[in-house]
Design a protein around this ligand. Structure first.
Ligand code: S3B
Ligand code: ZN
Length: 311
């Protein structure tokens, strides 16, 4: 079938205008981005679907007749997935979640009153929020989209078991790349701030600079032993999140180098049952590989983990 890249227009969840890479066919346009290296190498693309509030995935590939798109949740899921692809490809040399140019599929309007987002094992899904005004459409935040796609990267690399300490590492690595890819200069290093009560500033799902602001621990002594939430994976992630914050804010450490250390640790050293001490060792080894023993980065990452009581 003849495909041709086209550029559409649409508004995102925060009512912001944005250009959208689409795929034209006789009679209209698919919400499919075929402009990335993944397409020429493997036929991979970025595709965005709707579940029409059912519990189906991927659901229906979105189409439009005039390339002016009026589903903000879909617009943001699509455009933000493209930004995440570009980051992994240009900054870290990774070709999509599987490093094989695999198609990035997003499904929006997933289920009813669903205040969650997730990685299903093959694709991203985004709810519309919890029915109250606590959340906007979950795909409306770049850090959320990057968080979900990073779950896919993690699954194809360290495959950290989503339980206990390895699960908290899984969550933290997603928050870390959500922050790195969103790359805002917000002082509090918030997660999901753009979709948490969008009309009230300053609230979010989590904080990486001060996890305790949202009731999450920032030191090993406060690790939460619980059966809730797979052993507190969204809570205990505060400890490795704070370690990353410590590392990146150490003078002499730049974000792109911190990203290389965290990515190398994930893809070369962490394994499915790694614990926090293993993450400390993995990031020290990765920093040593990349910048040498005794480097600013090695000293900074060592201190970063000691500061949160790991190692
Ligand atoms: C920052 C993104 C995030 O935390 O997404 C989730 C939400 C909003 C609810 C439940 C689970 C997740 C997740 O991806 O872990
Ligand atoms: Zn997550």
């Amino acid at each position: 079938v003849h495909h041709a890249a086209a550029v559409g227009q649409g508004k995102g969840v925060l009512n912001d205008n944005k250009s959208i890479n689409t795929d034209s066919y006789p009679g209209g346009y698919y919400l499919r981005d075929i402009t990335k290296p993944m397409y020429s190498q493997s036929g991979g693309a970025i595709e965005t679907y709707t579940a029409k509030n059912k519990m189906v995935s991927p659901g229906t590939l979105l189409t439009d007749s005039d390339n002016i798109w009026n589903d903000p949740a879909a617009v943001d899921a699509h455009v933000y997935a493209g930004k995440v692809y570009d980051y992994y490809y240009t900054k870290l040399g990774r070709n999509s979640f599987d490093d094989e140019g695999g198609t990035l599929k997003s499904t929006v309007h997933y289920r009813e009153n669903y205040g969650n987002a997730g990685w299903t094992g093959t694709q991203m899904v985004y709810g519309d929020g919890d029915g109250s005004d606590k959340y906007a459409y979950l795909s409306g935040a770049l850090d959320v989209v990057a968080h979900e796609i990073t779950h896919g990267v993690t699954e194809r690399t360290a495959d950290l078991v989503y339980e206990g300490q390895s699960g908290a590492l899984n969550e933290s690595w997603s928050d870390v790349f959500g922050n790195l890819i969103e790359n805002k200069s917000d002082p509090e290093w918030l997660c999901g701030e753009d979709i948490t009560t969008p009309n009230i500033p300053g609230d979010a799902l989590r904080s990486m600079s001060d996890p305790t602001k949202y009731g999450d621990p920032d030191h090993m002594r406060d690790y939460v032993d619980t059966t809730e939430d797979h052993g507190g994976v969204h809570t205990n992630s505060g400890i490795p999140n704070k370690a990353f914050y410590n590392f990146v804010t150490t003078s002499g450490v730049i974000r792109d180098n911190a990203a290389k250390v965290w990515y190398r640790a994930l893809s070369q050293y962490l394994t499915s049952n790694s614990k926090f001490i293993d993450a400390r060792n993995a990031t020290i080894q990765a920093a040593t590989d990349l910048f040498g023993a005794g480097s600013t980065e090695v000293n900074a990452v060592t201190n970063a983990w000691s500061n949160v009581g790991v190692g």
